[in-house]
Design a protein around this ligand. Structure first.
Ligand SMILES: NC(=O)c1ccc[n+]([C@@H]2O[C@H](COP(=O)([O-])OP(=O)(O)OC[C@H]3O[C@@H](n4cnc5c(N)ncnc54)[C@H](O)[C@@H]3O)[C@@H](O)[C@H]2O)c1
Length: 394
């Protein structure tokens, strides 16, 4: 099999995990040709552990034709994702970016256009899309037998983080370094799945809690109220400050209902569309035939390694990746709209988002941000392993 010469840009927590997976031969079709990081200690670590792998400090050096790369994986702080992606896409490389695709929809849209103009694979590490629970939920909701969605609500407050987590890298939880808090770091996984399963809202209202649970300038809690073109509504609550947290997604259709909680799924099927029964014979207590099934997948799917393997497959064999960057624009649109609403005293925001206004309001906050713009995380696991801090328990 042909192997794609791949560089991993940013070998902090996540980039090290991706590079290690490739280096240890777990990803057919990807070979680790280079790693890159601003921090000399990470490059020394790479030299000791991955001899023979190129390791510049400046990602621009990876554009040198003397180091012929096929693909790059971007795992640096989010505000840099699409700036770096764009440069490599323009140089004809395939790109897999960590989530979120970027912090600004306007920036991300340009990079997506660059990939599409050149027919390159541009994918995003939305690893939760490989979880059989969400794949099944999506199939059920998209099946006409579920009827039309009327309401969804997702409480995802099991993203608990300590102050030490926020202090572990000075880029974190600052407008300048990270570009937001829970809405750009943890929630993107859920916002992506929500739109993947339930579709895109056309309007939303948001309340964000800035530094509500931690000593940070950005939000560590958010509540969104969304409206959909068919009149359906949604509520999304996310927090890094509650313990123990909840992770419960409930979707009501006109012919069924779905609840995802505790690692399993409960699916009610109605024998008739509830709208016909409600508006029908005029009976006071009509009987609606109904069944209910529960299902629990055996595992959580291949996660990050699955997305890496799928990226290699999409480049080498063609076809759409699990999470194309174009679809990741949806998640970013919802997140940008939520910030806009919260910054404007909870005013409703209609999608598509006013990108220029979002960029201007974010720039104001970035200008006053307390970030020192130090890019490094000081609390990497000594062996470079993926930290348990990120595992989400249902
Ligand atoms: N998919 C997931 O489950 C998941 C989990 C954790 C993090 N992430 C994402 O991965 C990205 C990185 O997060 P992390 O936790 O690994 O952060 P981190 O701070 O541990 O690692 C970032 C690394 O990038 C390096 N860096 C910063 N600017 C750079 C530049 N200009 N050039 C080269 N290197 C640079 C830093 O020195 C650091 O080593 C974030 O966007 C985050 O959202 C995704």
């Amino acid at each position: 099999m042909r192997e794609l010469r791949t560089a991993v840009i940013g070998i902090g927590n996540m980039g090290t995990a991706h590079a290690r997976c490739i280096r240890e031969g777990e990803i057919p079709g990807l070979a680790l040709a280079a790693v890159c990081d601003l921090r000399p200690e990470r490059l020394r670590w790479a030299e000791a552990n991955w001899p023979g792998v190129a390791r510049p400090a400046d990602w621009r050096s990876l554009l040198d034709p003397a180091l012929p790369l096929d693909a790059v994986i971007i795992a640096v702080p989010h505000p840099l994702h699409c700036e770096i992606a764009q440069a490599f896409l323009e140089a004809g490389k395939h790109v897999l970016s960590e989530k979120p695709l970027d912090i600004r929809l306007s920036r991300a849209r340009k990079a997506v256009a660059a990939a599409e103009e050149r027919g390159l694979v541009f994918a995003v590490m939305f690893n939760q899309r490989t979880d059989p629970l969400f794949i099944r939920a999506r199939e059920i909701v998209r099946d006409p037998a579920f009827g039309e969605i009327r309401r969804s609500s997702w409480t995802v407050t099991n993203w608990y983080r300590t102050q030490a987590y926020y202090d572990s890298g000075t880029w974190r939880a600052t407008w300048a370094g990270e570009g937001g808090g829970v809405m750009v770091n943890q929630a993107p996984h859920n916002l992506d799945l929500w739109q993947w399963i339930c579709g895109m809202p056309c309007r939303l209202t948001a309340r964000l809690g800035f530094g509500r649970h931690h000593r940070i300038e950005v939000e560590d809690e958010a509540t969104l109220l969304t409206e959909y073109p068919n009149g359906a509504t949604g509520v999304f609550t996310v927090s890094t400050g509650e313990y123990p947290g909840t992770n419960r997604l409930e979707i009501c259709g006109t012919r069924g209902k779905l609840v995802l909680e505790d690692g399993g799924l409960k699916h009610w099927r109605l024998g008739e569309d509830v709208r016909e029964v409600s508006g029908g014979s005029g009976e006071h207590s009509p009987r609606i035939p109904m069944t209910c099934e529960t299902w629990r997948p055996e595992d959580k799917g291949p996660a990050h390694a699955g997305v890496l393997r799928d990226f290699a497959r999409a480049v080498l064999e063609g076809g759409t990746p699990i999470a194309p960057a174009r679809e990741a624009l949806n998640e970013l649109a919802v997140a940008n709209a939520a910030f806009l609403s919260a910054w404007q005293e909870g005013a409703p925001v209609t999608l598509p988002v006013d990108e220029a206004r979002f960029d201007a309001l974010l720039a104001l906050r970035q200008a006053e941000s307390g970030s020192s713009r130090d890019p490094g995380a000081e609390a990497l696991q000594p062996d470079g392993r993926y930290s348990e801090r990120w595992s989400v328990r249902w």
